[in-house]
Structures are given as structure tokens and as C-alpha cells.
Design a protein around this ligand. Sequence first.
Ligand code: PLP
Length: 458
Amino acid sequence: MDDFHALLHRVADITSQYRAGLAERRVIASSDVETLAAAVGGPLPAGPTDAAEVVDELAAAVQPGLVATAGTRFFGFVIGGALPAATAADMLATGWDAVAFNAATSPAAMAVEHAAGSWVKQLLGVPDGASVGFVTGAQAANTVGLSAARHHVLAQAGWDVERRGLIGAPAVRVLASQERHATVDRSLRLLGFGSDLVEAVDADGNGAIDVRHLETLLAQGEPDQPLIVCLQAGNVNTGACDDLRAACDLVHARGGWVHVDGAFGLWAAASPGLRHLVDGVELADSWGCDAHKWLNVPYDSAFAMVSRPDVHAAAMSYTAAYLVGSGVLPVGADFTAESSRRGRGFAVWAAIRELGASGVAELVDRCCALAGRFADSLAAQGFEIANDVVLNQVLVSFGDDERTDAVTAAVQQDGTCWMGGTTWRGRRFMRISVSNYGTTEQDVDRSVAAIVRLAAQV
Ligand SMILES: *Cc1c(COP(=O)(O)O)cnc(C)c1O
């Protein structure tokens, strides 16, 4: 046990030193996949190795391959950092090896998921009666939410999809924004809805749904046809949020189900100043939202929420003779596609306990203000900002596509900060996402200085 104690201390040392070093190291990895693969590869170990030696060997071999995604100047994709309490709680979850399956395997995990789920719903403006499944990411959350949608709209048409499948089922209409996230298509595909089935709803200049086009499309269908509409809070390029209230009203008037992909944008609800962006969020039927993006919980962590727990469970749960009911609280595995799961609730609980409602609001507001600072500073240097910066996402052009890509590549190589490239409305842009709890004005100014310096050289 002394050895184990020393081993975990060693891991705490490695982790905290790594985190402390993020402030000054280059953001990109200093090694490439081939070199790293050679360092960790080699023949299958023929026999045992001392645990401390294993950990030291692993850390030494792979740390050059780590990208500073947890640092304060990583602005690629939409990637949050990891709050101190959330990181530590996640390490506890690992140490406990808690199995978040049901109350028999872990009353602790079930109770914490219940408490954290309740807090999450309050922060996101999701009705208190909704069920919450703790899943791996918004991809999984979209799959679960759309499974509930599929169950409900087909049950309304007298079809038990869990029992009979989709062969011979009434045709389901699926509408989603032309600006939907690619994970929505994969979720639909896994549920037996091919990509050709999706009717694309037009989006406005900033990527939010065109509600009048939605209305036109809805009017074209059969009145009683099973209907699923997927909306979005937080366009991955621009941050734009669909008009949830207007869209939900239209879809519900036709008896349809609304799923909201709010991977990061739903967190606008936690800020009194930004809540208007997701006005009407409570009207939807299911929601997907990440914890690992804007809540700054370590990877991986997200929520699949459904307004009707019975529908949620009907779509996702299974029973087997050896499984006993949980009694008071719902069984975590009834709301996810996994059976045995990691205790993701501990880190979520810790993040919200650490920040409180005011801290979450402040985190969201600060990231948006810093995105505005990026946009203002770069515009002042004569660079084009292509989107209306409503949230934490900024699109920058440095001229034609080739030049923009060259500047983005130069910035990535420089290592002061990291931004990705994207295509928006047929043109290439540098995409900046501010999602880390620790990012400061100094981080933004230092990053802008690097971008301006490198743009002048390209
Ligand atoms: C990131 C994102 C997803 C996918 O989330 P994962 O956490 O990577 O599974 C889905 N939708 C939107 C809008 C996103 O930003």
C-alpha cells in the first residue's frame, strides 16, 4: 500500500508540473505520432514491470506528444480546460474505480449524478422534470436524444420501434438546419435514418435557422406524419443560436419532437446577460450538451437530457433477469447507451460546486468578452471578421483562402497559441474559440501579437 500511495503522489507531481508548465510551453506537441509510436511500441512485454517504472516510462515517452489543450492559449475546435476540483474529482473517480451502472454497483455515483444533473438543468434552463444521462460527448448525447425522439414520434403513430425496428415503420420526417453539426448526421445514421432523409432548413447570415423556411417546410408535410426537428444552440463556426422559442412552437403545433444540439451554446443559459440567446430552451423535448467543452470538466463528459424520463428510458433502457431495480433514484444506465460506465458525475458535481452559479455565469461571460477582444483587436489590424460574434467563436480572414490557411498554419507552428482553420460559406477562415476558464486578456493580447507578427511574414 505504501508503494501505491507513493505511485499516486508521483502521478500528482507529474500532473501538477505538467499543468504549471502550460503557461510557457509551446502549445503544439514537440514530437510527432511516428516518433511517439516508436517510443511506446516494441514487442509485447513478456512479463511484469514495477508499477512506478511503468508510470514513469509512460509519462516520459508521451509527454512530448501532448498538445496544450488544457492551457489558456488553445483556441482550436471548441475545447475547454479542466477546473482544479473537476480534475481532482475525476482522479478520485478513477481511484475509486466506481461503476456508474446502478445503485447496486455505486449508490455514490447514482446520488452524485442525480444531484449534479439537477444543478445542470437549473444552469441550462432545462425543466426540472427532465431526465439526465451522463454520456461521453455531444455526439453520444445527440444519439440518445434522437433515440428518444424516434421512440416518441413512432409510438404516437402506433409503432413500437424498439420491438419492431424501422423496417415497415411509418415514414419519419427529419428536419435539421443546413448548419447542423456533423455529429447529428452520424447519430441519425446510427438510428437508421440515412443522410438523404434529412431535409435541410436554411440558415441566416450568421448560421442560425431561418424560421420562415422551417415554417414553409413544415407546411409541406402530411399533418400526422411522425416528425423530428433538430435545432442548434451554438454554431461551431459562428456561435449562432437558433430561435428556439419560435421553432419549438412551430414544430409542436405539428405534433413533432424538438431535439436541441447545444454542445457548448446551451451554456449561454447560465449567464443572465446571454440567456436571451437560448430563449425558449425549456420548450424543447430533448437536449445534448457537453461538460468537457465550456464547463471545463476533464474529457470526456456530456449530458443527454429528455423532458420525459419515461420516453428517455423507453428508448434506452434494457432489462435482464439479474438486474435489480434501483428503487428511489433512476438507474443511470437507463438513460445512456452504455451499461457499465465511468463515474462521470463526480467531476461535473465538483466543477459546479467549485464555480457556483455565479462562477459559471462569469466563465461564460468572460470567454465571450475575450472572443470580442480577439475580434476587435484583429479588426483594428485590418483583418476581416466574418461572423457576428454573439458568443465565444470568431472567424478571421487574412485575405484569400490560401493566405488565410498559410497564416493559420504559421500560427500553429509558432506555438504561442493554437487556432484551427475552417470553411464557412465557401471560404477559408481561421477559427478562434475561447472556452478555457483560465484564459486572460493577457493571453488574448499575446496571441493577437503573434498572429499579427506571423501574418506580416506570410
Ligand atoms: C462539439 C460539438 C458536437 C460534438 O461533441 P463531442 O463532445 O465532440 O461529442 C456536437 N455538436 C456541436 C454543436 C458541437 O460543437
